[in-house]
Design a protein around this ligand. Structure first.
Ligand SMILES: N[C@@H](CCC(=O)N[C@@H](CS)C(=O)NCC(=O)O)C(=O)O
Length: 251
């Protein structure tokens, strides 16, 4: 049931303790998107994605669920072993395993500020990242047979969104590559749900670059929003997106 899934996803967000929501943009954006070999349900990958939301860095996700045959062998070929997360930066040639090293790299290469102290306390961050995986019961970790799209999909999302998480899990399970467009919050109006902004008649003017782009493109800002350039389908609403992905790609 979708509503139970959303509730369990909300419990995962609560375990993240507000990480992966707010954003303060990096000093510099990469010219080419970063590439992350990732599993949505992996706690270490989650820490990296939280940092990407925090730094407002878009990333091309190559999903590597357990049993997946699409991108896992490539990681082994490139880095020597199947371990996730694995970050490749086409701008610098950097290729890194280990979430802590990746987070340090992102702050030092793009952030223009040191990684916050909380990232240094390994047990604390790993404990809460593991706790966030528990309510999801293994979702976003195992592969499901699927058709291969010729172009990556695009998803407007921020890490702690309970609705966007459900979509990212399905993208992982189906091994569908996607450009993750960050929609972190940088002003108080961003914290209101889209329906509340409408009900309160708030003249919502976002500042974050992908929120601005989404508003221009669709007339509203709601997350998740999926663009599939393979079919020219564009959708709001996690339930509709999940139905679409299942119907279009699952085998
Ligand atoms: N110390 C590593 C741990 C990474 C790790 O153990 N990742 C698990 C997934 S959660 C993994 O790669 N497992 C191997 C596999 O899935 O084949 C880090 O912080 O990045």
């Amino acid at each position: 049931m979708h509503s139970i899934d959303v509730a369990r996803s909300l419990a995962a967000s609560a375990a993240q303790q507000l990480r992966g929501i707010a954003t303060r943009p990096a000093a510099r954006q990469p010219a080419e998107p970063l590439e992350l070999y990732d599993m949505e349900g992996c706690p270490f990958c989650r820490l990296v994605r939280e940092t990407l939301t925090e730094l407002d860095l878009d990333v091309l996700i190559y999903p590597c669920p357990k049993g997946g045959d699409r991108y896992r062998p490539l990681v082994e070929k490139l880095g020597g072993r199947q371990q996730f997360p694995y970050l490749m930066d086409p701008n610098t040639g950097a290729a890194l395993y280990e979430s802590a090293d990746i987070i340090d790299y992102l702050f030092s290469e793009y952030g223009g500020r040191p990684a916050p102290a909380r990232w240094k306390i390994k047990t604390l961050r790993t404990g809460s990242a593991l706790a966030a995986s528990l309510p999801r019961g293994g979702r976003g970790l195992r592969h499901q047979d699927s058709a291969t799209p010729s172009q990556p999909l695009q998803l407007y999302s921020f890490e702690a969104s309970p609705f966007a998480r459900l979509v990212r899990e399905r993208l992982t399970e189906l091994q569908l590559p996607y450009l993750l467009r960050q929609c972190g919050r940088d002003r108080w109006q961003d914290w209101l749900l889209p329906q509340a902004r409408t009900a309160l008649d708030i003249d919502y003017q976002p500042g974050q670059r992908n929120r601005v782009a989404l508003l221009e493109h669709t007339g509203r800002v709601a997350v998740p929003y999926l663009i599939d350039p393979n079919t020219d389908v564009e959708l709001f609403d996690s339930r509709r997106i999940l139905d679409y992905l299942q119907h279009s790609y699952a085998r």
